[in-house]
Ligand binder design. Structure first.
Ligand code: PGA
Length: 258
């Protein structure tokens, strides 16, 4: 696992964008796994800038989002569908047909989840997955106790997640209780994973994920089992890592490694 620590949240967005751009330049038909929330906003803003100013091309890119609230009407501004359109898709040249987001209004959720998993495979699997992390250690909406082998399914949100996300709604009662989410097992199949975290509120979850035991109580700890996972953190999110000095030493020495 690679851990990169930077001074500011702006820097982590820029580094992540450079890695995404490198991936797209190497494989223009990359399958991207995308996340929502506050954390990837800097990454998306930088990708939009790179598209507009440097011609970063998304015309062949396919994307799969991690999750979606169940039950919000499609026009609701807190759907992740809306989030993705407003913050990324409408500003770049990705084809609408190539952007997949779980449907929170499907009549048959189970059939939808099976289809979503199948569609990821039919598109060749996810090349590069972007993740945030919840203050309870979740990735996507895989709340504590989610099986590390789980697949796309409905999850009941944890109280802490509802409280954390209530800042986007007028009251905690308005936050949906259910979501469709890719499973931990689905996420682990991505070829490369980049998890972004910023702020002190994430420090304990990041430390548990990177340095704690692999446990379903901290879904992000499952990334320890992945062969190409990277955590990009600002200094506050890295604040509880015991080995922070070592990770910075590794980064400083990497260019000269044999
Ligand atoms: P945030 O959410 O980026 O809004 O903090 C991250 C998450 O819950 O995965």
């Amino acid at each position: 696992m690679e851990v990169i620590i930077k001074d500011t949240v702006e820097e982590i967005g820029k580094i992540a964008a450079r890695l995404v751009a490198r991936q797209l330049n190497a494989k223009p038909d990359t399958v991207l796994g995308l996340a929502t929330g506050s954390t990837p906003l800097g990454l998306y803003a930088e990708l939009v800038r790179m598209h507009k100013e440097q011609g970063l091309d998304f015309s062949q890119v396919v994307s799969f989002n991690l999750d979606e609230y169940v039950g919000l009407p499609e026009s609701h501004p807190q759907t992740y569908d809306y989030f993705m359109r407003e913050n990324l898709f409408k500003h770049i040249n990705i084809s609408e047909h190539n952007t997949y987001i779980p449907s929170g209004t499907a009549d048959n959720c189970e059939a939808f989840c099976e289809w979503y998993e199948r569609r990821i495979k039919e598109c060749g699997g996810i090349d590069l997955q972007i993740l945030g992390i919840g203050s309870d250690g979740h990735i996507a909406f895989n709340e504590p106790s989610s099986s590390l082998g789980s697949r796309t399914r409905i999850k009941t949100l944890a109280k802490q997640t509802i409280d954390d996300n209530s800042r986007f709604f007028s009251s905690p009662e308005e936050v949906p209780i259910y979501a469709i989410t890719m499973g931990v097992g689905t996420i682990l199949e991505a070829r490369k994973i980049i998890l972004l975290a910023s702020g002190q509120a994430k420090a304990a979850a990041v430390a548990a994920a990177v340095e704690g035991p692999v446990t379903s109580m901290v879904a992000a700890s499952a990334l320890q089992l992945h062969r190409d996972a990277m955590f990009i953190l600002d200094r506050e999110a890295a604040g509880e890592l015991k080995m922070a000095d070592y990770y910075e030493w590794v980064q400083a020495k990497m260019a000269h490694a044999p």
